[in-house]
Design a protein around this ligand. Structure first.
Ligand code: ZN
Ligand code: ZN
Length: 558
């Protein structure tokens, strides 16, 4: 996605926030640690990179594309200062004296960032989940709007407003709880428009934008956002301001602007057209005037098209209800529905009548099962019930084996098919599970059982959760994997295990992170285990486990 799509900055500063921040100054170059602040600026189409102290340091260097990865603060962009921890690098290049910033984030992180941008004030978790499904579906429907520019989504309301810097765990939680779910209409993702507040009645989409009639974007009454009164607003716009907005739109009213009247109204009562009166009358779409006023004098003035307008002296007085275009989901109402105990499926069914919610067009949906220590999300609750008991037992075993306590309550998400698992996690089909942010994502239990790897996979991932809570962020991956594999061996003596080879630890981490195939993955795991076993043979298990909290063994590779 593109950051700062509307107003790309001319210069930015990147400040490393940890030892993991790295810089790549050309596409084929190796990455190098980012030691101090890097300053990037655009000189026409040329990217200029300055490093080191304020005035001193190395001479500025020209580049075509720079990538920054790891954890860093981005200053000079509009979300300033934006602290980022990018799973894949932030790319920067120059064009026309501006810096173009492209970030690759997962769909779920994107959804969480949209919630931060659009739904930061939500009180209800179910309302937030409904918005997560709407935002994800909107993304699935309209991906490709920016294909010609070389990215999928911009960061403005053109696509969806988003704020990477303001994502909270609660927003990530709403994205995760509905992971991969979309709203479907006749086998395709629905056009899930949403707005801030409908003022009592939503609007049919074609009354706002024209186009064909979409039954799920019809006018509905909303008793929820109005249960404590309709949201009212008023605005005073001077004749001069109004002229400025009309000029910007290239609209001239002959003889000066004397009066504004609502011409036609939509069935929900929104202004569709306005009559602007001078010596002659000019008719303009109400949405166009709202857009021009927003652009020239501010978006917080005329908040919706649901209003009355009159003239008083030098002023045009607007009095109206709601906020936004009024099509689709009303965010204020969705939040109130959630607060009153309705779940996110009810909310989506209310605002998008006739759609089905599901991971696929066939409408498979998540069901939650709760165990003693774990929660499980599945589309087949009857089949996967026993998995809850299994996972509960494995949590107890892992705690007994390691001597540690699992503080959080892990969630297992069992995907209905290998294809959906691959889509959601981005992992290849030969990877059985993926654990991120306290969630263990699994291939279908039947698939893993058939391979004889269900129990070992769940045990492995639970041990990872136990270890990731404890490990210092700098701990090498091979050490974490080796410890997990050793603890998973549950006390069996490492008799026939291979001896460690002399490969550089950095290479092993790379192979573990991005194995070329199942064979390399198996070899890398065996090597990680062999190294940890040999460390334990020399230093004892208690000391080796304690190293996790200190970033790994004192000398990498032992
Ligand atoms: Zn866009
Ligand atoms: Zn409403």
């Amino acid at each position: 996605m593109r950051l700062d799509w509307l107003r790309p900055p001319a210069r930015i500063e990147i400040e490393p926030l940890g030892p993991g921040a790295r810089l790549r100054v050309c596409p084929p170059c190796l990455t190098e640690p980012l030691a101090g602040t890097a300053r990037l600026s655009a000189d026409g189409g040329r990217l200029v990179l300055g490093r080191g102290g304020r005035q001193g340091g190395a001479a500025p260097q020209a580049a075509t594309r720079v990538e920054i990865s790891g954890e860093f603060a981005l200053k000079g962009a509009s979300n300033d200062p934006l602290r980022l921890r990018m799973p894949s690098p932030l790319g920067v290049r120059a064009e026309g004296g501006r810096l173009l910033l492209t970030a690759r984030i997962s769909l779920e992180e994107y959804v969480a960032a949209v919630l931060a941008g659009e739904s930061g004030g939500f009180v209800s978790d179910e309302g937030l989940k409904a918005m997560a499904v709407a935002a994800r579906t909107f993304a699935a429907k309209f991906r490709g709007r920016h294909a010609a520019e070389g990215f999928d989504f911009c960061d403005t309301t053109h696509c969806q407003d988003l704020r990477l810097a303001a994502v909270t765990d609660r927003m990530r939680g709403a994205a995760q709880a509905t992971e991969g779910e979309l709203l479907w209409w006749e086998g395709e993702p629905a056009a899930t428009y949403y707005h801030a507040n409908c003022g009592g009645e939503t609007e049919e989409a074609r009354n706002v934008w024209g186009g064909p009639r979409l039954p799920y974007l019809r006018r509905i009454e909303d008793p929820y956002c109005t249960d404590q009164g309709r949201r009212e607003w008023s605005a005073e716009i001077t004749e001069q301001e109004m002229r400025r907005a009309l000029d910007a739109a290239g609209l001239r009213v002959p003889g000066g602007l004397n009066a504004i009247e609502v011409g036609e109204r939509t069935p929900s009562g929104r202004a569709r057209t306005l009559r602007l009166r001078g010596t002659k009358e000019v008719i303009v779409p109400a949405s166009q005037l709202r857009f021009q006023i927003g652009r020239t004098i501010g978006w917080d003035r005329i908040k919706s098209d649901l209003y009355e307008v009159r003239r008083e002296g030098d002023l045009f007085l607007f009095h109206g209800y709601g906020a936004g275009h009024g099509v689709g989901l009303c965010q204020a109402g969705a939040d109130r529905m959630g607060e009153s105990g309705r779940d996110y499926r009810d909310i989506l069914a209310h605002y998008y009548p006739g759609t089905t919610i599901g991971l696929t067009a066939a409408g498979l949906t998540w069901r939650a099962l709760g165990g003693e220590r774990v929660d499980l999300l599945t589309t087949r609750p009857a089949e996967d019930g026993p998995l809850v008991t299994l996972a509960d037992r494995l949590v107890h075993e892992a705690e007994a084996r390691s001597g540690w306590t699992l503080e959080r309550r892990p969630r297992l998400t069992v995907f209905p098919s290998v294809a959906v698992f691959r889509n959601a996690t981005g992992e290849p089909g030969w990877v059985a599970a993926s654990t991120k942010g306290g969630v263990i994502r699994l291939q279908p239990a039947a698939t893993l059982r058939a391979r004889g790897s269900l129990e070992s996979t769940v045990r492995h991932e639970i041990l990872h959760l136990l270890i990731e809570d404890r490990a210092d962020p700098a701990t090498p991956l091979w050490f974490r994997e080796g410890v997990v594999l050793r603890l998973a061996g549950a006390g069996r003596e490492p008799r026939q295990r291979p001896r460690p080879t002399a490969a550089a630890p950095g290479n092993l981490d790379r192979a573990l992170r991005h194995p070329a195939g199942p064979e390399e993955m198996r070899r890398s795991y065996a090597e990680a285990l062999a190294r940890v076993d040999s460390l334990v043979a020399r230093h004892g298990e208690a000391r080796v486990l304690a190293w996790l909290e200190r970033g790994g063994p004192p000398l990498a590779g032992g």
